[in-house]
Design a protein around this ligand. Structure first.
Ligand code: P6P
Length: 333
């Protein structure tokens, strides 16, 4: 039984130039996830569920736990001193850590501190998503927007915490995807899924079919393809949609499948945010043998222009994503 901390240190030796800062940064994320996990697990009894009555920049009502998780991760990252700034779904603009340690740090973190939080009140799995980059601005100066507007291929690490029937932390530093399960009696994450691999194909498609009438024609064609095709093994395709990105992705990572959040008439760029949802999930997908595009181009090659920009998202088993892309190409409107 190897712990997350032991594994990160062991793997740190894969990076000869590593000076332990990324190791320390991942440790801060580990600590914050345990604190958030504790609050989520008592959400039903503590006065911490439900909405705050405040809207974030996305125009979405912030849940009490959204803000709590945002504050916990910000505090843990600032206290650890390896990060010069953070961007978050719950913050209109990026947050600069201007202490001496902060401005002399090498990394920035982008995060969705509690994705899918409206599901908490009905006890459905939710998640934290994070993405880590080396800053591009000069060390010793305050962080700038350019440090955050980097393409996904520049990520040095990415991961998520899924607060589900068990709490898991899944991350990559570009050397495969590794999953750790928390033993609640000890509050320790233990390695449970080393080198996770997404099956090349699967029989699960995950999309909110309530928006069917507003989908691009290529997506409508792909959904019908899934409903009509008889795969070689004769297992019919099945539709699974949790409405919590981390939970839908995690299932497909383990079992195979495709997740699609496409553009719609109301949301021409889809709903998911490029920087702190699609890019980190895309990094994990590719590192586990999967594929992540916007239906046409690789997610991680998109050059960001805005902190909260949205992007259509097709992600999961390579063969299934390629099938969906083919239909998008063949049915461009
Ligand atoms: P819809 C949660 O709000 C979220 O950002 C993702 O976790 C999830 O995949 C998506 O939105 C669900 O959106 O429109 O289907 O409810």
């Amino acid at each position: 039984m190897i712990t997350l901390g032991e594994y990160i240190i062991e793997k740190q030796h894969d990076f000869p130039e590593a000076s332990g800062e990324l190791t320390s940064l991942l440790g801060a994320i580990r600590l914050a996830s345990k604190i958030v996990n504790r609050e989520i697990n008592k959400a039903g009894i503590a006065d911490i569920i439900g909405a705050t009555g405040v809207e974030n920049i996305q125009g979405e009502t912030q849940q009490k736990l959204d803000l709590y998780a945002n504050d916990v991760f910000k505090a843990a990252l600032e206290a650890r001193g390896e990060v010069c700034g953070v961007a978050s779904e719950e913050e209109d603009d990026f947050v600069s850590f201007d202490s001496d340690r902060g401005i002399n740090s090498k990394y920035v973190v982008l995060m969705d501190p509690l994705d899918g939080s409206t599901n908490i009140d009905v006890n459905v799995s939710v998640g934290t998503i994070f993405s880590i980059y080396k800053r591009v601005s000069e060390v010793g100066t305050p962080v700038t927007i350019d440090d955050f507007l980097q393409p996904g291929i520049k990520q040095v690490a990415a991961g998520y915490v899924i607060y589900g029937s068990s709490t898991m932390l899944v991350y990559t530093t570009g050397n495969g995807v590794h999953g750790f399960t928390c033993d609640p009696s000890l509050g320790v994450f233990y390695l449970s899924h080393e080198n996770m691999q997404t099956p090349k194909t699967g029989n699960c498609y995950s999309i909110n079919e309530g928006n069917y009438l507003k989908f691009p024609l290529g997506v409508k064609k792909y959904i019908k393809f899934c409903q009509e095709i008889e795969p070689e093994d004769n297992r019919p395709y099945t539709s699974r949609y949790i409405g919590s990105l981390v939970a839908d992705f995690h299932r497909n990572l383990l079992k195979g499948g495709i997740f699609i959040y496409p553009s719609t008439a109301q949301a021409p760029n889809g709903k998911l945010r490029l920087l702190y949802e699609s890019n980190p999930i895309a990094f994990l997908s590719e590192q586990s043998g999967g594929r992540a595009t916007d239906g046409f181009q690789r997610i991680m090659e998109i050059n960001p222009t805005e902190l909260h920009q949205r992007v259509p998202f097709f992600c999961g088993s390579t063969e299934m994503v390629k099938d969906a892309e083919q239909m998008m190409r063949d049915n461009q409107e």
